[in-house]
Design a binder for this molecule. Structure first.
Ligand code: KIV
Length: 285
């Protein structure tokens, strides 16, 4: 494993050499540090942050200020892992200029390595404009969680000819506009594999099956830290919530019974100093 930071070039080389690309989400410094040290290739600071960190019912609760703050914390931890900022709802939809300004905030204020947004065909020109500014862009096709209102829920996309055609067209248009990677979310495995063969740039699956160039999951799902729901495509590798609950209960028990803090977790002082203080203050009163 190279110590060098991943770039658009090294990520493209991985696809060309048929090396599978690993990616996870992160929202804070300590988690990003472990992901970086574990040798994961890319981090997405997803707007899933609104749900899994801030407790909103969907991703629409994410704002630019919230995302910039989380991105900056993640970027400080990543010496090797490439960091991609997710542009929140309302940060790119209104105009090309708005999209460019907000993308620029992520690279100048948060120091991320690229941005990602849920670009429909109406937003292809924004992808092109941001790439022309010199910012690396990741496209996102299939399920767009920011469109939850119009979609009527988080549903698999591209199961019939019409919607499958839309997914393929969007992926091709994003590549043509300069996106260096395409995230494929909640799409049948056969369709993702077809898109991966058809595209020059790497694809990243989140619920897109094994035929993509890499795999992405939301870290709190992987760690078992998000208790509202787990998508069927997400694998829970740990049950951190249970571990946290058990730890906090044990802490409360030890504090209440006086078992914590013990001598090991307290600062020592010589009896002479204490006696001198006691004498001085007892005399005064
Ligand atoms: O916000 C996020 O974590 C995402 C992934 C689900 C692709 O956008």
């Amino acid at each position: 494993m190279s110590d060098k930071k991943h770039t658009v070039r090294t990520i493209q080389e991985m696809k060309d050499k048929k090396e599978i690309i690993t990616m996870l989400t992160a929202y804070d410094y300590p988690t990003a540090k472990q992901i970086n040290d574990a040798g994961i290739d890319m981090i997405l600071v997803g707007d899933s942050c609104a749900m899994v960190v801030h407790g909103h019912p969907n991703t629409l609760g994410a704002t630019m200020d919230m995302m910039v703050l989380h991105c900056a914390a993640v970027a400080r931890a990543c010496t090797r892992t490439m960091v991609i900022a997710d542009m929140p709802f309302g940060s790119f939809q209104y105009s090309v200029e708005d999209a460019m300004r907000n993308a620029a905030r992520f690279v100048t204020e948060a120091k991320v390595d690229g941005v990602k947004f849920e670009a429909t065909p109406n937003h292809i020109e924004k992808t092109r404009a941001i790439v022309e500014m010199g910012i690396a862009v990741v496209g996102h096709v299939g399920l767009h969680p920011q469109a939850i209102g119009a979609l009527g829920g988080m549903k698999v996309q591209g199961k019939d000819v019409e919607t499958a055609r839309k997914v393929v067209r969007e992926a091709l248009a994003l590549q043509e506009a300069g996106a260096f990677m395409i995230i494929i979310e909640a799409v049948p495995a056969k369709l993702s594999a077809y898109i991966t063969k058809k595209l020059r740039v790497p694809t990243m699956s989140i619920g897109g099956g094994p035929g993509c160039s890499g795999q992405l999951l939301v870290t709190p799902d992987v760690l078992g830290m998000f208790d509202k729901f787990t998508p069927s495509f997400a694998k829970r590798y740990q049950e951190f919530n249970k571990l946290m609950l058990q730890t906090f209960k044990q802490y409360a028990e030890e504090v209440r019974t006086g078992a914590f803090p013990d001598e090991e977790h307290s600062y020592a002082m010589s009896d002479e100093v204490l006696n001198a203080i006691q004498e001085e203050f007892e005399k005064k009163s």
